[in-house]
Write a protein that binds this ligand. Structure first.
Ligand SMILES: Nc1ncnc2c1ncn2[C@@H]1O[C@H](COP(=O)(O)OP(=O)(O)OP(=O)(O)O)[C@@H](O)[C@H]1O
Length: 259
C-alpha cells in the first residue's frame, strides 16, 4: 500500500498582486500514498487551500513539480482522477439534491440510467437515501454538506480533495460528519486530502497530519498517526490521541514563531 498518488517536489507558488508578490507556498515536498487520509493544518493564509488547488489544477505552481496519479494535475483533472469538496456546500438552490449530484454527470454526457444509479449509490454512501427530490433549503447545513460530498463522490474518483468542508458547522454535527467520513473512507479506500483549522478534527481523521507555517507557506512538520484505523469518537480521550494533538499544537506554535 505504498504507491504514491500525489507527489510535490520543491513546489512554490507566488501570486503577483498589485501590492507586490505574495509568496503563498515555498519549497513544498510531500508524498501522499494510496489510501492515506492527509490533513493540512496551519494558520489562516499559510497556503493550505492554495496547495489543494494546485493538486486539483485550479492553481499553477510557479516553481517545482506536482504529480497526481503519476501525471500532471491537468491530465489528472481530464481523467477525472479526483472529486473536490468546497468550503461551502455550493448546491444550486433551484435544483433538487439529486439534480445537484447529477449535474456534473450530465455535463460529462453520462446516460440517464447510469446517472440514476450513481445518484442512488452516493446518496447511500453519505446516508441521504430518500432525499433525492428535496431542495437544498429543505436540508440542514450538515445534510447540505453531505450532499456536496455525494456530488464529489459521483465522479467515482479514487482521490477526494476537501477544503475545510465542516468549518461552518456546529461541533456536534461536525463530530457526526467526522465519524461518517471515516466510515466512508474505510469503506471506499479513497485517498483523501483535507484542509482544516481544527486540531481534534485533524488528529481524529488523519493517517498523516501536515502542519504548515505561514509567510511563505511551508511544511513545518509531517506527523504519521499511530492511531488505529478503527476510531470511535472517544478515542479523543486516549493518551495517544492527546500526545499527537500536542505535537500538532507545538508545531503550530513553532510555525508562528518562524515569522
Ligand atoms: N488568487 C490569489 N491572488 C493573490 N493572493 C492570493 C490568491 N489566492 C490566495 N492568495 C494569498 O495566498 C496566501 C495563501 O492563501 P490560502 O487561501 O491558500 O491560505 P489558507 O491557509 O487556505 O487560508 P485559510 O485558512 O484562511 O483558508 C494568502 O496570503 C492569500 O491571501
Amino acid at each position: 500500500m505504498n504507491d504514491t498518488v500525489i507527489s510535490a517536489k520543491n513546489l512554490s507558488l507566488t501570486f503577483e498582486t498589485n501590492d507586490g508578490p505574495v509568496h503563498a507556498l515555498k519549497d513544498i515536498n510531500l508524498d501522499i500514498n494510496k489510501g492515506d487520509f492527509v490533513s493540512f493544518i496551519g494558520p489562516s493564509g499559510c497556503g493550505k487551500t492554495t496547495f489543494l488547488r494546485c493538486m486539483a489544477d485550479l492553481e499553477q505552481p510557479t516553481a517545482g513539480e506536482i504529480s497526481v496519479n503519476g501525471v500532471s494535475p491537468t491530465e489528472a483533472r481530464k481523467s477525472r482522477a479526483y472529486g473536490y469538496v468546497f468550503q461551502h456546500a455550493g448546491l444550486y438552490p433551484w435544483r433538487t439534491i439529486g439534480g445537484n449530484i447529477r449535474l456534473p454527470l450530465e455535463i460529462m454526457g453520462i446516460g440517464r440510467a447510469e446517472q440514476d444509479k450513481s445518484v442512488q449509490e452516493v446518496l447511500e454512501l453519505v446516508h441521504l437515501e430518500g432525499f433525492e427530490n428535496k431542495f437544498p433549503w429543505q436540508l440542514s447545513g450538515g445534510m447540505q454538506q453531505r450532499a456536496s460530498i455525494a456530488r464529489a463522490l459521483a465522479f467515482q474518483a479514487d482521490i477526494l480533495l476537501m477544503d475545510e468542508p465542516f468549518g461552518a458547522l456546529d461541533e456536534i454535527v461536525r463530530d457526526h460528519l467526522n465519524e461518517q467520513l471515516l466510515e466512508l473512507w474505510a469503506r471506499t479506500n479513497k485517498t483523501i486530502g483535507f484542509v482544516t483549522h481544527s486540531i481534534p478534527e485533524a488528529v481524529y481523521l488523519s493517517t498523516k497530519i501536515v502542519v504548515m507555517s505561514p509567510r511563505p507557506g511551508r511544511i513545518h512538520d509531517v506527523i504519521e498517526s499511530t492511531l488505529p484505523k478503527e476510531r470511535p469518537l472517544d478515542i479523543r480521550d486516549s493518551p495517544e490521541f492527546i500526545e499527537i494533538a500536542h505535537r500538532v499544537r507545538d508545531g503550530l506554535r513553532a510555525g508562528h514563531g518562524d515569522d
